[in-house]
Ligand binder design. Structure first.
Ligand code: ADP
Ligand code: MG
Length: 319
């Protein structure tokens, strides 16, 4: 059944196994209308499998997925008109021009020639491809090609757009370009599900982040929530190499967590759940141990810390 109040995308208990490999082990996920959800996970986490199920290319072994209220497995043809998708690998035809690619997709979506032409022209201009519209897509730079992919996903103005690793393999400039293009999409009110291996990308583009690893959701929340849940980082830099072990003991005592020691930079770092109080205890402990501190501070966890913490924990529990 189709309802207006339904989340734009909802997956419940999705499981998918390939031979002996469990790609998805019961994934729940929701994307609200107008929201950008970042599905963040390392290579092999199950991102593309989820995208393929959502876009009707693959059937789950069990679980359900809805797009704009349509049950994806029961009504795939409805879903195909609801979701635009740009895959991890380019889907545009390199032998056709940018214009021809978009024009053909529009025609396939069942619109007349004039509307198809206008759609193609509008999208080419929106993605700054008008100047190269008449060139075969195979002559495009990586960034231009990715923009054409994004444009192709937008033909027919689908309310939900799925982008599978939109910037993987791009150079920095093309990545920034693609980020701008995604930003425009979002400004237009489109709901976006974006998969990525890059923390910076999720941090920058996503309203909410679902972290997935080995087919399981290991965390979700806003970037701020994830960082807060990961605690603060206490970092101390000591004057002398021989003081490092004493400093590490002091940091462990102050935070109750196991510090990491970088001997080259003479830095000790530990996760501190109660940041400021732990900093106070660390200062006292370091002083008591007679350690000469050059620098000490407290910082918020980065998304990088969050991600490494989560994925290594998942690895340990799986082992
Ligand atoms: N067609 C397939 N046949 C066998 N194994 C697959 C297939 N597709 C994916 N897998 C496996 O499922 C897991 C998840 O893959 P994938 O969804 O592509 O991850 P991601 O997109 O996050 O890198 C991986 O271990 C991968 O090797
Ligand atoms: Mg993938």
């Amino acid at each position: 059944m189709h309802t207006q109040t339904a989340p734009a995308v909802a997956a419940q208990g999705l499981r998918k196994k390939f031979q002996e490999s469990h790609a998805l082990c019961g994934v729940d996920l929701q994307v609200s209308p107008g929201e950008v959800l970042g599905l963040l996970g390392p290579n092999g986490a199950g991102k593309t499998t989820l995208v393929k199920i959502l876009t009707t290319l693959l059937k789950p072994d069990s679980g359900q997925v809805f797009a704009n209220g349509w049950n994806v497995t029961a009504e795939p043809e409805k879903v195909r008109f609801t979701i635009g998708v740009a895959g991890q690998y380019s889907t545009v035809d390199g032998t056709l021009t940018g214009f021809e690619n978009l024009y053909l997709i529009a025609k396939l979506r069942g619109v007349g020639r004039r509307t198809a032409r206008r759609t193609a022209d509008d999208l080419l201009s929106r993605f700054r491809l008008s100047a190269v519209a008449g060139r075969p897509a195979s002559t495009y730079s990586g960034g231009m090609r990715r923009r054409l992919d994004l444009a192709a996903a937008l033909v027919g103005s689908p309310p939900v757009v799925v982008l599978d690793e939109p910037t993987t393999g791009l150079d920095l400039e093309s990545r920034l370009d693609t980020w701008d293009a995604v930003g425009e999409l979002v400004a237009g009110g489109t709901t976006v599900l974006l998969t990525t291996q890059y923390l910076e990308e999720a941090d920058r583009l996503a309203d909410r982040i679902t972290v997935i690893d080995r087919g399981r959701v290991v965390a979700e929340g806003t970037s701020d929530e994830l960082k807060a849940a990961a605690g603060n980082r206490l970092v101390a830099c000591v004057a002398e190499d021989h003081q490092l072990d004493a400093a590490a003991r002091a940091a462990a005592q102050a935070t109750g967590t196991a510090p990491t020691v970088d001997r080259r930079t003479r830095r000790v770092e530990a996760v501190a759940a109660d940041g400021p109080a732990a900093l106070g205890r660390a200062l006292t402990a370091l002083q008591d141990a007679g350690v000469e501190v050059l620098e000490i501070g407290l910082s918020r966890s980065t998304l990088n810390d969050v991600f490494l913490g989560l994925t290594s924990r998942a690895r340990q529990t799986a082992a």
